[in-house]
Ligand binder design. Structure first.
Ligand SMILES: Cc1cc2nc3c(=O)[nH]c(=O)nc-3n(C[C@H](O)[C@H](O)[C@H](O)COP(=O)(O)OP(=O)(O)OC[C@H]3O[C@@H](n4cnc5c(N)ncnc54)[C@H](O)[C@@H]3O)c2cc1C
Length: 474
């Protein structure tokens, strides 16, 4: 015990030497801050008096070189490293499951460059995304990555989980918007991906690290595309008799015009959340969409989108509800509006092509409602692609077992049931929240033998297995 304490202090001294004594903490209250993210299980565990996973030490690096030196120390002593951005992830991705070092990136929050010629912006990865957007706005641009976690998620967290913002259907996901990155590898080497995202110089390094959830390296800087602010934004809402009609309309819209926002809500969500937040009283499957850009083009696109909706049985509800949705765009899904602890809830965002998506919706709904009769299932499609869309299906349970171990098992059973129903019908287990700890156990089921590609990368880049253990199925 004495030897361990002696050794611990020797290592702490080395860490302090790199980042400064004031940026290293073993204070128990501070350590406990990092045992909870937005993963329901971590919150429930804390709520019921349990102690969540604790790091041994919190380290706050101030620059890339410091990250590199910390990783060299961690590698030498084989100490686990968990990278923490804003801690707003819903998958337990940043939780320090193996103890060791918790690397809080938020001191690395500096703007590096705005290149108006190339329409790009570069910043350190610990910056909260809202800050990056403010810098872009000052020059008249937008990054067009506007998620509901804009004010609490960092650049590193968005890249780590392959996040998405509300304007995705026109401007893409974070993996479409990121041009290049600086990364510190587990051995401490500092690397850069190629300066432009489109090339034929081998596989795309960006796409190996985006979505790797801190398991292959630490993103320290990133360059994103800048978009011009649209001349106008126009909104519209329709009510569809069924999800099938709404999905068909959505597919046709995506293949003829390019809305920035398009949401299709199932009846259960229309009569609950849509009614509560934007005041729609009718039953049906509510859809809102937004078209934006040069006004002359937007007007033509609007005409086409409206024709498509009517062709598929949609009833025009005018622009007012679309505008109301837009006013609530960031806070729409905030816990207070929908559900929160002590309720049990989860968001199974599943993505699939148009051929499979409706079947997946019904399979997940039936699997959850049949196996867990007390669970409420609501769903909507948020983000659309030319080939398919995602279902943001939520389960909500009001009466949760008091015993925390029992609650954990029930939570995981509901997830397994829903996600397996999606996979069995051609769905992919996640669109933009990531895998983290929550879905880690299902990664091999999702990928089958293809998973060995990730395992190979992991073994090569992180032979000591120090980077964010137990996440991403690794
Ligand atoms: C109210 C609310 C609304 C949300 N809305 C959205 C939404 O609209 N769209 C969306 O995509 N998500 C949303 N989320 C989920 C979450 O906010 C995102 O996943 C977000 O991008 C996480 O960022 P973070 O900085 O908080 O990451 P963290 O939770 O701190 O970390 C997430 C993962 O990224 C890794 N990571 C963090 N920084 C780095 C880095 N520098 N290098 C390598 N790995 C790193 C961590 O190790 C972890 O695995 C929402 C969450 C909440 C609470």
């Amino acid at each position: 015990m004495q030897v361990r304490s002696f050794m611990t202090d020797m290592i702490l001294f080395e860490l302090e030497d790199v980042v400064g004594k004031e940026n290293v903490s073993t204070n128990l209250t501070e350590l406990r801050v990092y045992s909870v993210d937005y993963f329901w299980l971590s919150r429930m565990w804390q709520d019921r008096g349990g102690v969540g996973p604790l790091p041994d030490v919190v380290v706050r690096p101030g620059c890339t070189e410091e990250v590199s030196k910390v990783l060299k120390i961690a590698n030498y002593y084989k100490i686990p490293v968990h990278t923490w951005g804003g801690g707003s992830g819903s998958q337990g991705g940043a939780l320090p499951m193996a103890g060791g070092i918790l690397l809080d990136m938020k001191r690395m929050n500096h703007l590096i460059n705005i290149d108006e010629n190339s329409h790009s912006i570069t910043a350190e990865a610990g910056m909260i995304f809202q800050q990056l957007e403010w810098y872009a706005n000052e020059k008249g641009y937008s990054c067009m990555h506007i998620p509901s976690c804009l004010t609490c998620g960092t650049i590193g967290g968005a890249l780590g989980h392959r996040g998405i913002g509300i304007f995705s259907s026109k401007y893409g996901k974070i993996d479409d918007q990121c041009m290049s990155m600086e990364i510190v590898l587990p051995n401490g080497d500092i690397i850069n991906t190629l300066p432009v995202p489109k090339h034929a110089a081998g596989p795309d390094l960006n796409q190996i690290f985006i979505g790797s959830e801190g398991t292959l390296g630490i993103i320290t800087k990133a360059t994103f595309r800048l978009f011009e602010q649209p001349e106008c934004r126009k909104h519209r809402a329709f009510m569809f008799p069924s999800m099938k009609d709404g999905l068909e309309a959505g597919r046709d819209i995506m293949n003829k015009v390019q809305p920035s926002i398009m949401r299709l809500f199932d009846e259960a969500e229309t009569v609950s959340i849509i009614k509560k937040i934007i005041g729609v009283e009718e039953k049906g499957n509510f859809m809102n969409f937004t078209l934006e850009g040069i006004e002359r083009i937007v007007d033509i696109e609007m005409e086409i989108a409206m024709e498509i909706c009517k062709k598929h049985g949609g009833r025009d509800m005018g622009s007012e509800y679309g505008e109301k949705w837009f006013e609530n765009r960031i806070t729409f899904f905030y816990p207070d509006n929908i559900m929160d602890i002590p309720q049990m809830f989860g968001t199974m965002d599943t993505v699939a092509d148009f051929e499979h998506i409706e079947k997946i919706y019904w399979a997940m709904k039936n699997a959850i409602e049949t196996n867990f009769p007390d669970v409420k299932f609501i769903a909507h499609c948020s983000h659309w692609y030319g080939w398919g869309t995602m279902i943001y299906d939520r389960f909500i349970l009001n009466k949760v077992p008091e015993d925390k171990e029992e609650a954990l098992r029930l939570h995981n059973e509901i997830w397994n049931t829903g996600v397996r129903a999606a996979m069995e019908n051609g769905g992919v287990i996640n669109d933009h929240h990531g895998i983290g700890l929550k879905l880690s156990r299902l990664m091999k089921e999702q990928y089958g033998p293809a998973f060995q590609v990730f395992e190979g990368l992991k073994k090569e880049l992180d032979p000591n297995g120090i980077m964010n253990p137990y996440k991403l199925g690794l």
